[in-house]
Write a protein of this length. Structure first.
Length: 183
């Protein structure tokens, strides 16, 4: 009887926590980290800003799993584990997820597979700014500077030239060919 009461109390506390937690979480385009959208600036006039994660998959389990994979990538640089975590979310057709899978493969040096994931992300969401940035950096690494410039122009059209994504790719393009990128 005591175990049942404890379980019921735990379930009640969890339910209240989940119901009171904000479910609508957007992925910040500057870093891809799930954060409330309260401090996000509106896009420049005439520019469209898209969410990194569509509302249909913005639930607590997805957000928690995405955050864990994000930390695995950016805090621990464990790209192979991050790929497993991201695929386990069951939403690898989502632009934010596909982009991070592509990024992880790129960091592991598997450029062909990385390209597949970047293209999958852009097919899912042609306005996914972070993918244009990361795929543009991929283009620079491959020596495809004209393609990288195209990606930079797409970012400018979507967010303007003041965004972190634009500045990052522009800085990579300013470096002479063959220069190692640090980002």
């Amino acid at each position: 009887m005591r175990k049942s009461a404890t379980r019921l109390a735990t379930l009640a506390v969890l339910s209240v926590a989940l119901l009171s937690a904000p479910i609508f979480v957007s992925i910040c385009s500057a870093g891809g980290d799930p954060t409330p959208s309260e401090d996000s600036k509106p896009p420049p006039k005439g520019k469209k800003k898209t969410s990194e994660v569509s509302p249909s998959i913005q639930d607590a389990a997805f957000t928690g799993g995405y955050r864990a994979a994000y930390a695995t990538i950016y805090d621990r640089n464990d790209f192979a584990s991050a790929i497993e975590q991201l695929k386990a979310l069951g939403h690898d057709d989502n632009a934010a997820v596909a982009n991070l899978i592509g990024y992880s493969y790129r960091k592991l040096g598997d450029y062909k597979v990385s390209q597949i994931w970047y293209e999958r992300a852009l097919k899912t969401d042609p306005n996914h700014v972070k993918t244009w940035q990361y795929y543009g950096l991929w283009q620079v690494e491959q020596g495809n500077r004209d393609q990288a410039q195209y990606h930079l122009n797409r970012i400018a059209a979507l967010t303007g030239t003041d965004s972190e994504e634009y500045r990052s790719l522009a800085a990579a393009l300013e470096k002479p060919p063959g220069t190692g990128l640090v980002y």
